[in-house]
Design a protein around this ligand. Sequence first.
Ligand code: FAD
Length: 535
Amino acid sequence: MTETPNRYNLSRRDPHSKPLLSMTEPQNSDLEPTALTANAPTVVPSIIEDIASISMPQEQPEPMPSENFDYDVVVIGAGPGGYVAAIRAAQLGGKVACVEKEYLGGTCLNVGCIPSKAMIASVERLQHVMHADKLGVKVEGKVSMDFEAMMTRKEKIVQIQRGGVGTLFKKNGVTHFEGFASFVDQNTIEVTDKDKKKTKVRARYFVLAMGSSVIHIPVPGLTGGRENDVWTSDEAVSAHKIPKSMLILGGGAVGVEFGYVFNGLGSKVTVIEMMPNLIPMMDTDLGVELGKLLSRQGIVVKTGATLDKCEKSKTGWKCHVKKGGETEVIEVETVLLGVGRKANTDGMNLEKVGVKMHRRGVEVADDTMRTHAPNIYAIGDVTGRIQLAHVASHEGIRAVTNALKGESRLVDYKAVPNCVYTVPEVSSVGLSQSEAEAQGYEVSVGKFNFRPLGKAMASTEQDGFVKVVCDKKYGEVLGVHMIGAHVTDMIHEGVVAIKLEATLDYMVDTIHAHPTMSEAVLEAFEDADGHAIHK
Ligand code: FAD
């Protein structure tokens, strides 16, 4: 079962076996689009309007619990892993409860994905209006951000989405316990609510979905929290001010997204990343390009640099930044720690019931998401593996399906999209060029810039490119990497290609609409095949 490890140290198919989907062989007709699906209209309503318009549903009759258990499944944590797992378990006919100590929606909805994207959207709209003259739009008077209104809007979105989770729980008959869960034995937890009242709950299966929380990684001299202008992402999403200047430690997704936001709001932002490029978890070309484009917006990007120590100054912090042999002192109002999270496992008696731990969280025995306690599963951030909301949700669905249907199906991590929501956006799926080469593939690489595309020019969104990595021998698509406008939506073409083990010949034989940004994907595959039309 052990296969070549990829960046997540998870399993992939044998790198040299034939792909499943190749035009050179007869295909399974189930995979061919039908006239019906090809012409089906797509309607994409605003998710906020959608959730707001959901009327209070009739509560479903509760299924009978099995044997002497109160529930078939109890999920601990209502983040994107836990709440999705709970709903799917109920859809499968289980009697289900979900315990949440704080807010429905977890990190993602309350202090992560959603609030940060709401902030990004406000800043992006401001930039559009400020630069509207490029498209012939005349904006008169002073254009500026009402920061309070921006943050109020963000908070409203969070509240509506949070309410949406509660509504879905009611609709699906999921019981919501408010409180902190800890184990009494392998089939019993105790939930302690905010008034210290304790309730024992028994279940056949448990899903650990407690997620992770920010930690202050130690930097000599840097002490305190918001009151001292030392922020983590939690303070950034609930900021009460726009600091005049900010040093962000960490050039990963969180660091660069907040860099984009606060730079766009007028802060003088410096991003420090110890690796040679920003977003080091992605293909090197993406990090290099993002560094260039963010620098052009005015962000000072220092890669290959470390924050050695900080000293309190009258107006904030003096940060000693080391790069090569040189140390530079950068004075800022606020330091934002953009790295450092810890799995939420304290005080839950996990080891007492047979759940094993590793350095970064709960250990899963295998990709069925079972822990070493056979009736207890673990998903999402708490496993210390891939920290992405959509992975948590997918693992949650797999875990409860395995539990309730008695299956042992593995999560397939081959095609996990990874997105960064700066402007320009960045997205990636599969192997980077260097990962593919390190795994022994001989690769064909194709690259196409957005610049010459009619759609990109028409919408003044010409920055960035699409890069594809294919196996030279069989043509299998191994990786798709993009930077530019709308690429977090466009990446799913690559996700499906990799999931279905599609080959280069299939990709170049796929008609792409004109004019669209997605033409760059087709052209990148054409380039890997040796003949891009517009290059
Ligand atoms: P969480 O969302 O952390 O939820 C766990 C829940 O369990 C929490 O609500 C917690 O209160 C509860 N809990 C913990 N212990 C107990 C207990 N003992 N009893 C009861 N309840 C308990 N990911 C993306 O995919 N896309 C993004 O754009 C993105 N942006 C991000 C931006 C920021 C600023 C941050 C910080 C994260 C971002 N992430 C993003 C990561 C994403 O938020 C997490 O990967 C995701 O929330 C993990 O989901 P989870 O269900 O595993 O855990």
